[in-house]
Design a protein around this ligand. Structure first.
Ligand SMILES: CC1(C)CO[C@@H](CC(=O)O)CN1
Length: 430
Protein backbone atom coordinates (compact mmCIF):
# COMPACT_ATOMS: atom_id res chain seq x y z
CA UNK A 1 0.00 0.00 0.00
CA UNK A 2 1.11 3.54 -0.83
CA UNK A 3 1.02 4.87 2.71
CA UNK A 4 4.03 2.95 4.05
CA UNK A 5 6.55 4.36 1.56
CA UNK A 6 9.13 7.01 2.52
CA UNK A 7 9.87 9.07 -0.60
CA UNK A 8 13.16 10.92 -1.29
CA UNK A 9 14.30 12.90 -4.33
CA UNK A 10 17.52 12.21 -6.28
CA UNK A 11 19.25 14.64 -8.68
CA UNK A 12 22.01 12.89 -10.69
CA UNK A 13 24.40 14.36 -13.31
CA UNK A 14 24.10 11.83 -16.15
CA UNK A 15 24.06 13.32 -19.66
CA UNK A 16 25.67 16.56 -20.84
CA UNK A 17 29.29 17.63 -21.32
CA UNK A 18 30.20 20.34 -18.80
CA UNK A 19 31.46 19.33 -15.37
CA UNK A 20 31.16 15.91 -13.76
CA UNK A 21 28.74 13.29 -15.18
CA UNK A 22 29.25 11.11 -12.09
CA UNK A 23 25.57 10.13 -11.87
CA UNK A 24 26.35 7.46 -14.47
CA UNK A 25 27.86 5.26 -11.74
CA UNK A 26 26.38 6.99 -8.69
CA UNK A 27 22.71 6.44 -9.59
CA UNK A 28 23.17 2.64 -9.96
CA UNK A 29 25.11 2.67 -6.68
CA UNK A 30 22.27 4.55 -4.96
CA UNK A 31 19.76 2.01 -6.33
CA UNK A 32 21.92 -0.84 -4.99
CA UNK A 33 21.77 0.81 -1.56
CA UNK A 34 17.97 1.17 -1.80
CA UNK A 35 17.66 -2.59 -2.41
CA UNK A 36 19.93 -3.25 0.58
CA UNK A 37 18.30 -0.91 3.10
CA UNK A 38 14.83 -2.13 2.08
CA UNK A 39 15.86 -5.74 2.66
CA UNK A 40 17.03 -4.91 6.22
CA UNK A 41 13.75 -5.61 8.06
CA UNK A 42 14.82 -3.84 11.28
CA UNK A 43 16.04 -0.61 9.62
CA UNK A 44 12.74 1.02 8.49
CA UNK A 45 10.22 -1.40 10.03
CA UNK A 46 6.92 -1.30 8.17
CA UNK A 47 8.26 1.16 5.58
CA UNK A 48 9.94 1.09 2.17
CA UNK A 49 12.38 3.79 1.05
CA UNK A 50 11.74 4.99 -2.52
CA UNK A 51 14.00 7.24 -4.64
CA UNK A 52 12.52 9.49 -7.34
CA UNK A 53 15.37 10.57 -9.62
CA UNK A 54 16.07 12.78 -12.58
CA UNK A 55 19.08 14.05 -14.57
CA UNK A 56 20.66 17.45 -13.85
CA UNK A 57 23.45 17.07 -16.48
CA UNK A 58 25.56 18.85 -13.82
CA UNK A 59 23.76 22.06 -14.87
CA UNK A 60 22.50 24.16 -11.89
CA UNK A 61 19.50 25.51 -13.84
CA UNK A 62 18.36 22.06 -14.95
CA UNK A 63 19.05 20.81 -11.42
CA UNK A 64 16.75 23.50 -10.05
CA UNK A 65 13.93 22.52 -12.41
CA UNK A 66 14.40 18.84 -11.48
CA UNK A 67 14.11 19.90 -7.83
CA UNK A 68 10.92 21.90 -8.45
CA UNK A 69 9.36 18.97 -10.33
CA UNK A 70 10.25 16.64 -7.45
CA UNK A 71 8.72 19.05 -4.93
CA UNK A 72 5.60 20.11 -6.84
CA UNK A 73 4.64 16.63 -7.90
CA UNK A 74 3.21 14.11 -5.47
CA UNK A 75 4.26 12.21 -3.47
CA UNK A 76 5.77 14.48 -0.85
CA UNK A 77 9.58 14.04 -0.54
CA UNK A 78 11.38 13.81 2.82
CA UNK A 79 14.87 14.95 1.64
CA UNK A 80 17.02 15.31 -1.51
CA UNK A 81 20.21 13.62 -2.79
CA UNK A 82 22.32 15.61 -5.28
CA UNK A 83 25.71 15.57 -7.09
CA UNK A 84 28.02 18.20 -8.70
CA UNK A 85 29.13 21.26 -6.74
CA UNK A 86 27.22 23.73 -8.93
CA UNK A 87 23.92 21.81 -8.64
CA UNK A 88 24.37 21.22 -4.89
CA UNK A 89 25.00 24.92 -4.37
CA UNK A 90 21.71 25.81 -6.10
CA UNK A 91 19.64 22.97 -4.59
CA UNK A 92 21.02 23.30 -1.04
CA UNK A 93 20.55 27.09 -1.03
CA UNK A 94 16.86 26.68 -2.02
CA UNK A 95 15.97 23.46 -0.13
CA UNK A 96 15.90 25.20 3.27
CA UNK A 97 12.71 26.98 2.08
CA UNK A 98 11.03 23.55 1.96
CA UNK A 99 12.71 22.42 5.21
CA UNK A 100 14.54 19.68 3.31
CA UNK A 101 17.88 18.14 4.20
CA UNK A 102 20.16 17.85 1.13
CA UNK A 103 22.79 15.10 1.02
CA UNK A 104 25.48 15.60 -1.63
CA UNK A 105 27.43 12.51 -2.76
CA UNK A 106 29.46 14.35 -5.46
CA UNK A 107 30.31 17.91 -4.42
CA UNK A 108 33.87 18.94 -3.55
CA UNK A 109 33.60 22.75 -3.52
CA UNK A 110 34.92 24.31 -0.27
CA UNK A 111 32.27 27.04 -0.65
CA UNK A 112 29.64 24.49 0.42
CA UNK A 113 31.10 24.40 3.94
CA UNK A 114 28.87 27.27 5.04
CA UNK A 115 26.00 26.75 7.52
CA UNK A 116 24.70 30.27 6.86
CA UNK A 117 24.13 29.69 3.15
CA UNK A 118 23.44 25.93 3.41
CA UNK A 119 21.86 25.23 6.84
CA UNK A 120 20.55 21.76 5.86
CA UNK A 121 23.44 20.48 3.69
CA UNK A 122 25.44 17.31 4.37
CA UNK A 123 28.04 15.70 2.10
CA UNK A 124 29.38 12.14 1.91
CA UNK A 125 31.88 13.62 -0.64
CA UNK A 126 34.74 15.43 1.17
CA UNK A 127 35.53 19.07 0.46
CA UNK A 128 38.61 19.77 -1.71
CA UNK A 129 40.19 21.32 1.39
CA UNK A 130 40.59 17.78 2.79
CA UNK A 131 43.91 17.64 0.86
CA UNK A 132 45.40 20.63 2.68
CA UNK A 133 46.24 19.19 6.12
CA UNK A 134 47.91 16.31 4.24
CA UNK A 135 49.96 18.72 2.11
CA UNK A 136 51.10 20.55 5.27
CA UNK A 137 51.98 17.24 6.93
CA UNK A 138 54.14 16.23 3.95
CA UNK A 139 55.88 19.63 3.76
CA UNK A 140 56.77 19.27 7.45
CA UNK A 141 57.85 15.64 7.05
CA UNK A 142 60.40 16.56 4.35
CA UNK A 143 61.43 19.83 6.00
CA UNK A 144 60.08 22.10 3.26
CA UNK A 145 59.17 25.51 4.71
CA UNK A 146 59.21 27.46 1.43
CA UNK A 147 56.47 26.53 -1.06
CA UNK A 148 54.92 27.97 -4.23
CA UNK A 149 51.38 27.57 -5.55
CA UNK A 150 50.27 27.18 -9.18
CA UNK A 151 46.50 27.10 -9.72
CA UNK A 152 43.90 27.24 -12.45
CA UNK A 153 41.49 30.18 -12.03
CA UNK A 154 38.44 28.11 -11.00
CA UNK A 155 36.27 28.72 -7.90
CA UNK A 156 37.01 25.32 -6.33
CA UNK A 157 40.81 25.91 -6.55
CA UNK A 158 40.63 29.55 -5.45
CA UNK A 159 38.85 28.66 -2.20
CA UNK A 160 41.09 25.60 -1.68
CA UNK A 161 44.20 27.80 -2.00
CA UNK A 162 42.77 30.29 0.50
CA UNK A 163 42.43 27.45 3.01
CA UNK A 164 45.95 26.20 2.17
CA UNK A 165 47.46 29.68 2.64
CA UNK A 166 45.84 30.00 6.07
CA UNK A 167 47.21 26.60 7.11
CA UNK A 168 50.70 27.43 5.77
CA UNK A 169 50.73 30.63 7.81
CA UNK A 170 49.66 28.70 10.90
CA UNK A 171 52.45 26.16 10.29
CA UNK A 172 55.10 28.80 9.63
CA UNK A 173 55.49 27.73 5.99
CA UNK A 174 56.35 30.61 3.62
CA UNK A 175 54.39 30.87 0.37
CA UNK A 176 57.03 32.32 -1.92
CA UNK A 177 54.56 32.97 -4.77
CA UNK A 178 51.00 32.12 -5.85
CA UNK A 179 50.56 31.97 -9.62
CA UNK A 180 47.23 31.42 -11.38
CA UNK A 181 46.25 30.96 -15.02
CA UNK A 182 43.02 30.66 -16.99
CA UNK A 183 44.04 28.17 -19.66
CA UNK A 184 47.67 28.84 -20.76
CA UNK A 185 50.14 28.24 -17.87
CA UNK A 186 53.31 29.46 -19.67
CA UNK A 187 53.63 32.87 -17.97
CA UNK A 188 52.69 31.48 -14.56
CA UNK A 189 55.35 28.76 -14.89
CA UNK A 190 57.93 31.36 -15.98
CA UNK A 191 57.15 33.34 -12.81
CA UNK A 192 57.69 30.21 -10.70
CA UNK A 193 61.16 29.87 -12.23
CA UNK A 194 61.91 33.57 -11.58
CA UNK A 195 61.05 33.08 -7.90
CA UNK A 196 63.28 29.99 -7.74
CA UNK A 197 60.29 27.86 -6.70
CA UNK A 198 61.35 24.29 -5.91
CA UNK A 199 58.39 22.82 -3.96
CA UNK A 200 55.17 23.61 -5.81
CA UNK A 201 51.52 22.70 -5.09
CA UNK A 202 49.52 22.47 -8.32
CA UNK A 203 45.72 22.80 -8.37
CA UNK A 204 43.99 22.34 -11.74
CA UNK A 205 41.67 20.04 -13.66
CA UNK A 206 43.26 17.22 -15.64
CA UNK A 207 43.25 18.96 -19.07
CA UNK A 208 45.07 21.97 -17.59
CA UNK A 209 47.40 19.55 -15.77
CA UNK A 210 48.61 18.16 -19.11
CA UNK A 211 49.34 21.69 -20.34
CA UNK A 212 51.24 22.47 -17.13
CA UNK A 213 53.31 19.29 -17.36
CA UNK A 214 54.42 20.00 -20.94
CA UNK A 215 55.25 23.58 -19.94
CA UNK A 216 57.38 22.25 -17.06
CA UNK A 217 59.23 20.08 -19.56
CA UNK A 218 59.94 23.01 -21.89
CA UNK A 219 60.96 25.31 -19.03
CA UNK A 220 62.92 22.56 -17.25
CA UNK A 221 61.01 23.02 -13.98
CA UNK A 222 61.11 19.29 -13.16
CA UNK A 223 63.59 16.60 -12.14
CA UNK A 224 65.85 16.15 -9.13
CA UNK A 225 65.70 19.75 -7.87
CA UNK A 226 61.90 20.07 -7.88
CA UNK A 227 58.94 18.41 -6.16
CA UNK A 228 55.37 18.89 -7.42
CA UNK A 229 52.14 18.14 -5.54
CA UNK A 230 49.35 17.27 -7.98
CA UNK A 231 45.74 16.22 -7.34
CA UNK A 232 45.39 12.43 -7.06
CA UNK A 233 42.00 11.85 -8.67
CA UNK A 234 43.08 12.10 -12.32
CA UNK A 235 43.23 8.78 -14.25
CA UNK A 236 46.40 6.84 -13.50
CA UNK A 237 47.83 7.39 -17.01
CA UNK A 238 46.54 10.98 -17.33
CA UNK A 239 49.96 12.37 -18.37
CA UNK A 240 50.12 10.07 -21.43
CA UNK A 241 46.52 10.49 -22.67
CA UNK A 242 44.85 12.81 -25.22
CA UNK A 243 48.15 14.56 -26.16
CA UNK A 244 47.22 14.99 -29.84
CA UNK A 245 43.53 15.65 -29.15
CA UNK A 246 44.41 18.49 -26.73
CA UNK A 247 47.27 19.93 -28.80
CA UNK A 248 49.99 19.03 -26.29
CA UNK A 249 53.37 19.57 -28.03
CA UNK A 250 55.29 17.13 -25.78
CA UNK A 251 55.77 13.46 -26.59
CA UNK A 252 54.64 10.71 -24.19
CA UNK A 253 58.28 10.20 -23.20
CA UNK A 254 58.75 13.92 -22.43
CA UNK A 255 55.51 13.95 -20.38
CA UNK A 256 56.72 10.89 -18.46
CA UNK A 257 60.06 12.59 -17.72
CA UNK A 258 58.31 15.73 -16.43
CA UNK A 259 55.84 13.65 -14.37
CA UNK A 260 58.46 11.37 -12.73
CA UNK A 261 58.61 11.80 -8.97
CA UNK A 262 55.58 14.03 -8.41
CA UNK A 263 53.44 13.48 -5.32
CA UNK A 264 49.63 13.39 -5.22
CA UNK A 265 47.02 13.70 -2.48
CA UNK A 266 43.42 12.53 -2.70
CA UNK A 267 40.49 11.69 -0.42
CA UNK A 268 39.92 7.96 0.15
CA UNK A 269 36.53 6.98 -1.29
CA UNK A 270 36.80 3.17 -1.07
CA UNK A 271 37.26 1.60 2.38
CA UNK A 272 40.84 0.27 2.42
CA UNK A 273 40.65 -2.80 4.65
CA UNK A 274 38.59 -5.96 4.32
CA UNK A 275 36.28 -5.15 7.22
CA UNK A 276 32.60 -5.92 6.83
CA UNK A 277 30.74 -2.61 6.61
CA UNK A 278 27.24 -1.78 7.96
CA UNK A 279 25.68 -3.40 4.86
CA UNK A 280 27.50 -6.68 5.62
CA UNK A 281 29.66 -6.21 2.51
CA UNK A 282 33.36 -5.37 2.32
CA UNK A 283 34.17 -2.59 -0.16
CA UNK A 284 35.45 -5.26 -2.58
CA UNK A 285 32.12 -7.12 -2.30
CA UNK A 286 30.47 -3.80 -3.18
CA UNK A 287 32.83 -3.36 -6.15
CA UNK A 288 31.80 -6.79 -7.50
CA UNK A 289 28.07 -6.07 -7.18
CA UNK A 290 28.47 -2.61 -8.71
CA UNK A 291 30.51 -4.02 -11.64
CA UNK A 292 27.83 -6.68 -12.28
CA UNK A 293 25.12 -3.98 -12.22
CA UNK A 294 27.11 -1.70 -14.57
CA UNK A 295 27.77 -4.58 -17.01
CA UNK A 296 24.01 -5.20 -17.01
CA UNK A 297 23.66 -1.49 -17.93
CA UNK A 298 25.97 -2.16 -20.91
CA UNK A 299 29.32 -0.84 -19.62
CA UNK A 300 32.30 -2.95 -20.79
CA UNK A 301 33.89 -3.08 -17.31
CA UNK A 302 36.17 -6.03 -18.15
CA UNK A 303 37.86 -3.83 -20.77
CA UNK A 304 38.19 -0.88 -18.37
CA UNK A 305 35.27 1.02 -19.92
CA UNK A 306 34.00 2.58 -16.67
CA UNK A 307 31.17 5.11 -16.41
CA UNK A 308 31.96 8.51 -14.96
CA UNK A 309 31.60 8.66 -11.18
CA UNK A 310 32.85 5.10 -10.63
CA UNK A 311 35.40 6.39 -8.14
CA UNK A 312 32.67 8.21 -6.18
CA UNK A 313 30.07 5.37 -6.33
CA UNK A 314 30.72 4.36 -2.66
CA UNK A 315 29.81 7.93 -1.65
CA UNK A 316 26.36 7.59 -3.27
CA UNK A 317 25.85 4.12 -1.79
CA UNK A 318 26.71 5.40 1.71
CA UNK A 319 24.55 8.51 1.22
CA UNK A 320 21.43 6.30 0.96
CA UNK A 321 22.53 4.37 4.08
CA UNK A 322 23.00 7.69 5.90
CA UNK A 323 19.39 8.62 5.02
CA UNK A 324 18.00 5.24 6.11
CA UNK A 325 19.87 5.35 9.44
CA UNK A 326 18.73 8.94 10.05
CA UNK A 327 15.09 8.03 9.25
CA UNK A 328 15.37 5.04 11.58
CA UNK A 329 16.42 7.35 14.45
CA UNK A 330 13.76 9.93 13.54
CA UNK A 331 10.96 7.33 13.37
CA UNK A 332 11.81 6.04 16.83
CA UNK A 333 11.70 9.56 18.25
CA UNK A 334 8.45 10.48 16.43
CA UNK A 335 6.75 7.23 17.48
CA UNK A 336 7.36 8.19 21.12
CA UNK A 337 5.43 11.41 20.36
CA UNK A 338 2.68 9.54 18.52
CA UNK A 339 3.82 11.11 15.24
CA UNK A 340 5.26 9.66 12.02
CA UNK A 341 7.54 10.65 9.15
CA UNK A 342 4.42 10.28 7.02
CA UNK A 343 3.13 13.47 8.69
CA UNK A 344 6.08 15.50 7.35
CA UNK A 345 5.12 18.44 5.14
CA UNK A 346 7.37 21.12 3.61
CA UNK A 347 6.29 23.55 6.34
CA UNK A 348 6.91 21.13 9.22
CA UNK A 349 10.04 22.64 10.86
CA UNK A 350 9.93 20.27 13.86
CA UNK A 351 10.20 17.03 11.87
CA UNK A 352 12.77 18.73 9.61
CA UNK A 353 14.87 19.53 12.69
CA UNK A 354 14.52 15.93 13.89
CA UNK A 355 15.79 14.65 10.51
CA UNK A 356 18.62 17.20 10.57
CA UNK A 357 19.82 16.22 14.07
CA UNK A 358 19.49 12.50 13.25
CA UNK A 359 21.74 12.81 10.18
CA UNK A 360 24.09 15.18 12.02
CA UNK A 361 24.86 12.43 14.54
CA UNK A 362 24.92 9.55 12.05
CA UNK A 363 28.23 7.62 12.10
CA UNK A 364 28.90 4.18 10.61
CA UNK A 365 31.46 2.16 8.64
CA UNK A 366 30.40 2.38 5.01
CA UNK A 367 31.94 1.06 1.77
CA UNK A 368 33.52 4.55 1.43
CA UNK A 369 35.13 4.21 4.85
CA UNK A 370 34.03 5.64 8.21
CA UNK A 371 31.12 8.01 7.55
CA UNK A 372 30.74 11.02 9.86
CA UNK A 373 29.91 14.69 9.30
CA UNK A 374 31.54 17.87 10.66
CA UNK A 375 29.45 20.69 12.19
CA UNK A 376 29.30 22.20 8.68
CA UNK A 377 28.00 18.95 7.20
CA UNK A 378 31.36 18.09 5.60
CA UNK A 379 32.45 14.49 5.17
CA UNK A 380 35.32 13.58 7.50
CA UNK A 381 37.66 11.47 5.34
CA UNK A 382 41.13 9.92 5.20
CA UNK A 383 43.55 10.98 2.46
CA UNK A 384 45.99 8.91 0.43
CA UNK A 385 49.45 9.97 -0.76
CA UNK A 386 51.06 8.53 -3.93
CA UNK A 387 54.17 9.21 -6.02
CA UNK A 388 55.00 8.49 -9.67
CA UNK A 389 57.93 6.05 -9.54
CA UNK A 390 59.11 4.60 -12.85
CA UNK A 391 56.10 6.08 -14.62
CA UNK A 392 53.38 4.57 -12.39
CA UNK A 393 51.73 5.62 -9.13
CA UNK A 394 53.01 3.99 -5.94
CA UNK A 395 51.14 4.32 -2.63
CA UNK A 396 53.31 6.21 -0.13
CA UNK A 397 50.89 6.44 2.81
CA UNK A 398 47.65 7.59 4.37
CA UNK A 399 46.78 10.54 6.62
CA UNK A 400 44.04 10.84 9.22
CA UNK A 401 43.64 14.58 9.92
CA UNK A 402 41.38 14.00 12.93
CA UNK A 403 44.05 12.07 14.84
CA UNK A 404 47.01 13.72 13.02
CA UNK A 405 48.21 10.21 12.21
CA UNK A 406 50.42 9.68 9.11
CA UNK A 407 50.83 6.04 8.07
CA UNK A 408 54.03 6.02 5.99
CA UNK A 409 55.20 3.06 3.87
CA UNK A 410 58.77 4.35 3.12
CA UNK A 411 58.28 3.79 -0.61
CA UNK A 412 59.24 7.30 -1.79
CA UNK A 413 62.03 7.58 -4.43
CA UNK A 414 63.86 10.81 -5.27
CA UNK A 415 65.54 11.34 -8.65
CA UNK A 416 68.65 12.76 -7.01
CA UNK A 417 68.67 10.02 -4.36
CA UNK A 418 67.41 12.39 -1.67
CA UNK A 419 64.49 14.77 -1.21
CA UNK A 420 64.93 18.07 -3.12
CA UNK A 421 65.69 21.26 -1.14
CA UNK A 422 63.02 23.97 -0.96
CA UNK A 423 65.53 26.68 -1.98
CA UNK A 424 68.95 27.24 -3.55
CA UNK A 425 71.57 26.62 -0.90
CA UNK A 426 74.31 29.23 -1.10
CA UNK A 427 77.50 27.76 0.30
CA UNK A 428 79.98 30.45 1.38
CA UNK A 429 83.54 29.37 0.59
CA UNK A 430 85.44 30.63 3.63
C1 LIG B 1 36.98 14.08 -6.94
C2 LIG B 1 35.93 14.72 -7.82
C3 LIG B 1 36.20 14.43 -9.28
C4 LIG B 1 35.91 16.23 -7.59
O1 LIG B 1 34.78 16.85 -8.21
C5 LIG B 1 33.50 16.30 -7.78
C6 LIG B 1 32.41 16.97 -8.58
C7 LIG B 1 32.13 18.40 -8.12
O2 LIG B 1 32.66 18.84 -7.08
O3 LIG B 1 31.34 19.05 -8.82
C8 LIG B 1 33.47 14.80 -8.02
N1 LIG B 1 34.64 14.17 -7.45
Amino acid sequence: PEDNVLHIGGIFPIAGEGGWQGGQACMPAANLALDDVNSQKDLLPGFTLKLHSNDSECEPGLGASVMYNLLYNKPQKLMLLAGCSTVCTTVAEAAKMWNLVVLCYGASSPALSDRNRFPTLFRTHPSATVHNPTRIKLLQKFGWSRVAILQQAEEVFISTVEDLEARCKEAGIEIVTRQSFLSDPADAVRNLRRQDARVIVGLFYVVAARRVLCELYHQKLYGKSYVWFFIGWYEDDWFERNLDKEGITCTKEQMRQAAEGHLTTEALMWNQNNQKTISGMTSEDFRQRLNDMLKAHGYDIDNNRYPEGYQEAPLAYDAVWSVALAFNKTMEKLNRLGKSLKNFTYTDKEIADDIYSAINSTQFLGVSGYVAFSSQGDRIALTQIEQVVGGTYVKLGYYDTQSDNLTWLDKERWIGGKAPQDRTIVRRVL
